[in-house]
Write a protein that binds this ligand. Structure first.
Ligand code: FES
Length: 70
């Protein structure tokens, strides 16, 4: 699991959208590629929105990030 984990540094009160579909060209951030995937595959992916209350560094993992299947 660790090899696909991503470290993100977020600032207080700054909204961040994290990709959950694995298709973003800017992982771990959402670039709205999920909309195309949802249209093509009938899925309902959405980004995970995070608004931290203080500056924070997070280690994130999503099983779809290393998946080539869709
Ligand atoms: S691009 Fe993957 S959730 Fe938006």
């Amino acid at each position: 699991m660790d090899k696909e984990s991503k470290i993100v540094k977020l600032k207080s009160d700054e909204k961040c959208s994290i990709c959950t579909c694995g298709k973003s060209k800017n992982l771990p951030y959402c670039d709205n590629e999920h909309k195309k995937l949802n249209e093509e595959k009938g899925t309902s992916y959405k980004s995970l929105k995070i608004i931290p209350k203080s500056d924070v560094e997070l280690k994130l993992y999503c099983s779809n990030w290393d998946s080539e299947s869709s």
